[in-house]
Write a protein that binds this ligand. Sequence first.
Ligand SMILES: [Mn+2]
Length: 338
Amino acid sequence: MNLTQAQSVQQLLSRPQKIAIVPHKNPDGDAIGSSLGLCHYLQLKGHEARVIVPNDFPKFLKWIPGTQEILIYEWDQSNAEKVILEATVVFTLDFNDLSRSGAVEKSLQKVSAPIVMIDHHQAPHDYASITYSDVSMSSTAEMVYNFIEALGDREIINADIANCLYAGILTDTGSFKFASTTSRTHRVVADLIDKGASNSEIHNRIFDTNTPDRLHLLGCALNNMVILPEYNTAYITLSQDELDANHFRKGDTEGFVNYGLTLENIRFAVIFIENRDEGIIKISFRSEGEFSVNEFARAHFQGGGHTNAAGGKSELSMEETTSRFVALLDQYKSELAK
Ligand SMILES: [Mn+2]
């Protein structure tokens, strides 16, 4: 966050404000952790702050301090819209394109209060009064830490803030292993532990909460994996019938896509998940090294994200989608061989 931005925010927050904080649809650990971390900080500074999420989020995040006070837009639309429209400052976190906020978008379009964006995805849209965007950051949670530091308040970070931000950084860095993890990320995390983040407990609460259904679904996913050594690529499919048979619950497929990358020489991993209600195949892309799944998803599957992690979708059937995908790989063969 640069000095001008810090000064503008400081000015904005120099008197008590009513603040709404909105992360992206299908909020993940970074969306929830960064939003709640910021919320606790703003409350500590004497503001009225509330987190509004577009829709529900996975159970393994529901221990994060403050989750009980989160408003779920999809479930309580009139109340949630009221909080957003009565806010005197709105923060949007972990996304940079209003359409990523799902149903909340139509409320955000009506906002006349200043909007502050904090986000680390590529290609930010120009909707905020203050845009704190940095694609080199590991996570939005790390950026919230920088934000607090830029406002001169690092010393008031308490255990609640520390636990929230730690959870966000942990999940978005794949437990500190993705290339976006820097020495600075580790310094931030070290400071959060000093300020009360229960690091070992957080790992358990996020990663050791499998249900038998989820493990069976993972078994099915791994069984379906197709490995294409000639393209250094592996992909997984999950049909709606397979999800149903394993009593799929939201969040169950989180992280499945990464298994492809654990294979030696596989640099591009993809999962295709059918969503019959929405009539689409949801796609997650992951890569190791320089191959940009952000560009791939943007060019071919109506999506985008980061260099090594992106999402997309297809309106074709599963069979048509995967054959289209495989047919595309040939033009990337040399890039994927590196
Ligand atoms: Mn993130």
